[in-house]
Design a protein around this ligand. Sequence first.
Ligand SMILES: [Cu+2]
Length: 165
Amino acid sequence: MIKKLQYLTVLAILLISSGCSKNDKPKITSDDINEQITGSDQLQLKNEWVRVSGEGMNTALFFDAVNGTAIADTILSAESEIAQIVEIHETYKMEGDMMGMRQVDFVAVPPNSTIQFKPRDLHIMLIKLKQDINLGDSVKAVINFKHAGKIKLIAIAKELMMNKK
Ligand SMILES: [Cu+2]
């Protein structure tokens, strides 16, 4: 899991640096990676994925919102063509040990911080899917930030691993 994340991080760094000519640093070592991420002055979405599901059903989309800027931002809404309704949801503890979920109006993303959308936590709820989402499919969505504006993402469809936190 950690190894995979590192690999994705390296890949992200490579993609970012290859598209950016002002970044003339010769080589990035693994020790530099965390600093590179937190030191970037951008707001970025990372580790985007969506749970496999079927047409007419609901599913959830997840990502990390990495705010590398010194400005507080706020996620106001999300959009996707794949579902009839798209909402920001949070999971909460109901009576007993039951978990419920409910819509939230916004999610704060403080400066220099990462807000994780993940199973049993914050998620983008995709309600009444217009088509199946199969393993490995790509799902496009847009996250609307108060300051950063619209940030597009492509989420890869995966199975939900319940033993993974
Ligand atoms: Cu939900």
